[in-house]
Ligand binder design. Sequence first.
Ligand code: ASP
Length: 451
Amino acid sequence: MKVIKFGGSSLADAKQIRKVCSIILSDSRRRLVVVSAPGKRHADDIKVTDLLISLSRAIRDGKGTEAALEAVLSRYASIAADLDILETDILKIIKNDIISRINTETDNHEKLEDLLKAAGEDNTAKLVACYLQHIGENAEYIDPKDAGMILSSEFGNAQVLPEAYERLSELAQKDTIMIFPGFFGYSENGDVVTFSRGGSDVTGGILAAAVNAEVYENFTDVDFVYAANPKLIENPFPIPLFTYEEMRELSYAGFSVLHEEALAPVYKKGIPVNIRNTNNPDASGTFIVPEDKAPKPTLPVSGIAADTGFITIHVYKYMMNRLIGYGRELLSVLENEGVPFEHMPSGIDSISLIVREKNCPPAKLDKIIECYKKMDADSVTVDRDQAIVMLVGRGMTKTVGIATRATAAFARSKINIRMINQGSSEVSIMFGVEAKDAKSSVVALYNEFFN
Ligand code: ASP
């Protein structure tokens, strides 16, 4: 059995949904299908999820909801009309569903926002199932609540709970084409909770692991994953295969093709992931596989990514290396504030803690600095607007000269490297640079390793 996921651009209109259905029907093993909400039809369009967020904010702010509601409903109405399924009651079902969400009584805005956000994928799954049934296929909509998609109760940032897998594994027994809405599940007390944005990829990963799929096919709008962001590099090198570790490093640092958390469930089971193009289903796409299934690469570097929005906290204390437990104390300050650290390059008398700005708002940052000063540090300084640049490739392992080539490329582009960090697996090297240099860093490294 294959688990197959379609992203928003694959469901943006009826023409795309017809392509999706023909892809599903072209292979009888494609039985568990995850759908996103309709995405953009053209560059200036608005994703249904964003329309739903506007709707929930209109409710929060006590503004009229008619315009926002109409914007959502008209997307579904035009899809249903173009799919020729207006004689079914699908539009009534969708309208009633969204109105009942709007009328839910709660003073918890995060809860209401998740409830509304989830309406995008939920109704798209109903609509696709309805269309498949209409053309005579044995398809059904699967309700994540009935199926057991149980998540932590973190609104907008949920994680799957381990007990979900057993219930979800029962889906493998069904003989229908199952259309499963991505992006959300239910908390233990029955609230709708969503993953972070782009989270339908995560739903697909969880389901693939639960039913032990032979492959998790993730259909999007590119033929391959490329070595660098096509918005920065013209015609970047297509990469037919990555290992889980390479892809994890790249999606962490800003490769948006796959959600950062989508690989975790399949990684444990070694299920391959295949990124493919709905608009060109004959292209074989990019595979993401376990390390021991990956052939030796022809090039040392597989991908280059950069992400901004980091803060670095530098703590300097003379003779730090002789102190026992100083590093632990620094980290427990972050722990007490609930701030995860991303990297921690160190010297004999200094430690730099790199955190994401979004996880460390100014009030928390002030508290952290104050605690570090109380720990008798000689200096505590902060750099804002930092970026990390990741050079990733399993071919770099035990290869001499990679760092020299990379640093020379930075130097030629007159980019100052603030920090360098290489993990022990040697699959990636992280460079810390100023955020203003992030894009030119990617270009510099790409030119060095691919041109
Ligand atoms: N529709 C959601 C979003 O736009 C989830 C997804 O597409 O994966 O973030």
